[in-house]
Write a protein of this length. Structure first.
Length: 485
């Protein structure tokens, strides 16, 4: 693809100034309209070294209100970045609705060094474009001769010589190899929802004119779709038949119990193991994510408390998940969870999770059908990335029956120090038990993967449930640490 492109295109001088004057006015107007309509915009710049990415970004943003955009230089990976899953540093920088974020280098570095596959990149981008983001990707191309000329000019100037590294000269020497790599990258990740635009960057005026024209065209299209109320109607996953959904929860044996004395003995042993494993986990830099879902009063808090009682509080965080606030609502629904994922050697325990998208948001109508249907694949992809990045991901569904829940609700109402745990919303949710049960069945069927399977905990007996959760955590940590040894 790149070899067939004429990189030496030049701007038509007679109409360049008029065209740029129009584009500058238009860009400012489009930015304001995107803010008004809540359209998030991400612009990615990739290309050959010395192709002028910084210059192009600087010229492109000049007509924009600086309060509405942010530029990120992502070429260097810092220690904090390296202690998180690879996509973490990009995901937390994704724009809120109505903002424009610009990336000088992006997640495509992970494709180049093997930390991402083309399929992972396509799926990563799709989750944002499906959610309404405008994703514009530019690749700046120059010839080998021009690249060498620009590197020499930068190197001779004392104020810019620091920008030229030995690696840059090596890339110029291996220009043809990099041309093939970039060509393959573009072909593999050029999709209808996130296409590449090749910028012939030999002539800087031609390049910036094409960049601004492309951005303006993409924003005009996005604004038009938004104003018409056009939305994606296809689902990532087709509905499952009833025979595939029935019986997931109904088949759980809730009669399992544990005698208090046995509980105390087993708890003591397991908590001691957890303390030791937590220290090893920290030393060997293994991140752990525990995700708790379940019926109201299902025992999530009790299970979490027994896990944390014996581990160093400096090495874990319990994340209680409530309804998203205004800032979180302005982002992709997974954004607020990426912000709380642990760095290497730490543990994050989520009391409620990203599965709210396919549970409460589905049942209560906070997410459209196409939004919650495509969430299954988006969640599976996210969890696979976390696991492939070295994290231990454990998901628990704390399961009780309707009668046990009613009894626990009554106990909470009658116990002064526990009354804060029961709300009118808890009682309202009981009226939709069957709807939630169907949603949980589908959630488990669709998202219990090899990388991150669900563990359904028989929780009518609190004692049995707490021990079972600790056993699963201990077993998973032991297996993860053995792999490292």
């Amino acid at each position: 693809m790149l070899k067939q492109i004429n990189l030496k295109k030049k701007a038509e001088w007679q109409d360049y100034d008029d065209r740029m004057a129009h584009l500058r006015i238009q860009m400012g107007e489009l930015q304001r309209k995107c803010k008004e309509l809540g359209i998030p915009v991400t612009i990615v710049f990739e290309g050959f070294e010395a192709a002028g990415k910084g210059t192009m970004i600087n010229k492109m943003i000049q007509p924009l209100d600086p309060r509405g955009f942010q530029v990120y230089t992502m070429e260097k990976e810092y220690e904090e970045d390296m202690r998180h899953p690879y996509l973490w540093r990009y995901h937390i920088k994704m724009p809120a609705r109505g903002r424009i974020h610009i990336f000088d280098h992006s997640w495509y570095q992970g494709l180049g060094d093997g930390r991402l596959t083309p399929e992972e990149v396509r799926l990563y981008e799709k989750q944002f474009t499906d959610d309404g983001m405008v994703l514009i990707k530019f690749f700046l191309g120059i010839t080998k001769k021009e690249q060498k000329k620009r590197l020499e000019a930068l190197d001779k100037d004392k104020s810019t010589s620091w920008r030229v590294t030995r690696k840059d000269w090596e890339k110029n020497k291996d220009y043809d190899m990099w041309m093939e790599r970039f060509d393959k990258m573009i072909v593999q990740t050029d999709t209808p929802n996130a296409p590449w635009t090749i910028i012939e960057a030999m002539d800087k005026k031609y390049a910036i004119c094409k960049i601004m024209t492309t951005v303006a065209g993409c924003l005009v299209d996005a604004i038009g779709r938004k104003e018409k109320g056009a939305v994606r109607t296809e689902y990532a996953e087709p509905p499952l038949t009833d025979d595939l959904l029935s019986g997931v929860l109904q088949g759980v044996d809730l009669s399992l119990d544990l005698e208090p004395e046995e509980y105390k003995e087993r708890k003591k042993v397991l908590q001691k193991k957890l303390g030791i494993l937590h220290n090893e986990m920290y030393l060997k830099r293994v991140p752990v994510i525990l995700a708790f879902e379940g019926w109201d009063a299902g025992g999530k808090g009790g299970a979490i408390k027994r896990i944390t009682q014996s581990i160093d509080p400096r090495g874990y965080e319990v994340v209680p998940v409530a309804s998203p606030n205004d800032i979180e609502k302005a982002h992709h629904y997974l954004w607020r969870f990426w912000e709380r994922f642990p760095k290497d050697g730490h543990m994050a325990i989520f009391d409620r999770t990203w599965y709210g998208r396919v549970l409460v948001e589905r049942i209560e109508g906070f997410a459209t059908e196409q939004e919650w249907r495509r969430a299954y694949a988006e969640i599976n992809n996210m969890e696979a990335h976390l696991v492939n990045s070295g994290a231990v991901v454990l998901k628990f569904w704390m399961h009780i029956d309707k009668e046990e829940q009613a009894e626990r609700f009554r106990q909470r109402q009658e116990t002064p120090e526990k009354q804060w745990k029961i709300t009118d919303e808890d009682w309202r949710n009981r009226e939709k038990w069957e709807e939630y049960e169907k949603a949980v069945d589908e959630m488990i069927v669709r998202t219990s993967t090899k990388e991150a399977p669900w563990h359904i905990i028989e929780a009518n007996s609190k004692l049995h449930a707490r021990i079972r959760v600790m056993e699963i955590v201990v077993d998973a940590l032991e297996k993860a640490l053995k792999k490292i040894k």
